[in-house]
Ligand binder design. Structure first.
Ligand SMILES: [Zn+2]
Length: 465
């Protein structure tokens, strides 16, 4: 055989192997096997803002009453996604016509094709509607929107998309309130107790715009005095107890949007300076001291009521949302289970370091792959290098059924890709990658929120036997 033909045969034999190595892990058999098995894991989504079943109907009802539409389903699904954070999306036009909106929106989509916040939404169109969003004609877009609006009216749509298609079994929903009673939720949803309001309880006027969240009204209802800071802390304690009774499984703080996460350990007398005074009579330092004091009490009460503390870190008030700001609080409250949200994005390495040093820290990757898929994948790999795999979780973090589907599938892909890369690089056995994927998608949530276990099908089947 001539030498050049032998070389050609050799090249043909080895080329596919070389190109697989240098190429996309998603083209490998390892990825395909992991993806198939991990997609079959009924996931537990630890953070969402999904509205209840009645939430969407009113939005499309105008069409059935023959009124001019105020928006459309396709625009709404994008507008309530993270696509619009810091980026434009053409507003609903004055002529109320879909065609006008779609034509104007094209430039916004074109400028975002590479963004993860855009790409995270593509599985919606590809899987649920079988259309390629990136090459839609005006006619196809119009038809897609009509199909989406029909689905909004279908009472079984949420169950079909979330339970059957995304294979999510349970979702922890943060409705931005402190739940007092379970109401208006999907059957697969459980509540987080949002505590953002409580740290501002130095004066009742803080709650005039949010009467349902007013701890002073709660105190009056329960005949509890609020004459002193100690009284106020006792009211907060009672609110958490009632929230737990109403089904809340954790506390959630989004304070990182409003101020720094540097919560100092302040003496009671400093917090007392603000108590009973309206904000306009206080300096920021006094307000901060009160908030810091309350945040420390919330950390203690989180342990007392066995309600793990979900804390938004990263990507908020960026001058102060680095999770490193929380380390003193975390280390002084060893019995509290702190869950650092969003992986501290973009401080994902710092978050890994905190988890490495503090056994009372869990890391929730919620939102992270949607902010940057590349950083998300890197973070999963670095965290698995750094700390034990039973302390990582995920969440979808969106408001609509379809948005929830998009971010869920995108996150499932990111987790699987990170694990497959470790297997291909011979840093992890495939059976361990599978077990770890199952932990991140499901088991870790059941471990930190044991009350969820009784709500799972697995448990119900076992107790039926
Ligand atoms: Zn959220």
């Amino acid at each position: 055989m001539p030498h050049f033909i032998r070389l050609l045969i050799l090249a043909l034999v080895f080329m596919p192997a070389l190109s697989t190595q240098a190429g996309d892990v998603k083209d490998t058999d390892v990825y395909a096997r992991l993806k198939k098995q991990l997609d079959a894991v009924p996931a537990i989504d630890t953070h969402s803002h999904l509205g209840g079943p009645g939430n969407m109907k009113h939005f499309v009802e105008h069409a059935f009453r023959g009124e001019q539409p105020k928006d459309c389903a396709l625009r709404r699904v994008w507008n309530t996604s993270y696509f619009t954070w810091g980026h434009n999306l053409a507003p609903w036009p004055a002529d109320h016509r879909f065609d006008t909106w779609w034509t104007a929106a094209q430039a916004d989509f074109n400028n975002s094709r590479a963004r993860s916040a855009y790409r995270a939404m593509l599985p919606i169109f590809q899987d649920l509607y079988n259309v390629d969003f990136e090459s839609l004609t005006l006619e196809q877009a119009r038809e897609l929107n009509t199909r989406m609006e029909k689905n909004l009216m279908d009472p079984d749509w949420a169950d079909e998309v979330i339970r059957k298609r995304a294979n999510t079994e349970l979702i922890v929903v943060d409705s931005f309130v402190m739940p007092r009673q379970v109401r208006g939720h999907h059957p697969f949803a459980v509540s987080a107790c949002n505590v953002r309001w409580l740290i501002n309880g130095f004066h009742p006027s803080e709650f005039s715009r949010f009467p349902a969240e007013d701890p002073y009204a709660f105190a009056a209802q329960h005949k509890m005095p609020v004459e002193s800071l100690d009284d106020y802390v006792a009211v907060v304690d009672r609110i958490l107890a009632e929230s737990k009774k109403a089904g809340a499984i954790c506390l959630k703080s989004q304070t990182a949007y409003d101020r720094t996460l540097q919560f100092d350990r302040v003496a009671k007398h400093r917090a007392e300076e603000a108590f009973g005074k309206p904000r306009n009579e206080l300096k920021w330092g006094q307000v901060k001291a009160f908030q810091d004091y309350l945040f420390w009490r919330l950390a203690e009460l989180s342990a007392k009521h066995e309600l793990p503390f979900q804390i938004h870190t990263g990507h908020a008030y960026i001058q102060g949302s680095n999770p490193m700001n929380l380390v003193d609080l975390i280390q002084a409250n060893r019995k509290t289970k702190f869950i650092l949200f969003h992986g501290g994005f973009p401080w994902v390495g710092e978050t890994g370091m905190i988890a490495l040093r503090c056994p009372n820290v869990w890391v929730d990757s919620v939102w992270m792959p949607v902010l940057s898929y590349t950083m998300g994948k890197r973070a999963y790999k670095e965290w698995l290098d750094m700390f034990s795999s039973n302390r990582i979780m995920w969440g979808s973090d969106l408001f609509t059924v379809e948005g929830t589907y998009g971010t869920t599938m995108y996150t499932r892909q990111c987790i699987t890709e990170a694990l497959a890369e470790k297997v291909v690089a011979k840093e992890l056995r495939e059976e361990d990658a599978l077990r770890i994927g199952r932990q991140i998608l499901r088991e870790n949530a059941l471990e930190i929120f044991p009350s969820l276990r009784k709500l799972t099908k697995e448990n119900k089947t076992m107790s039926d036997d």
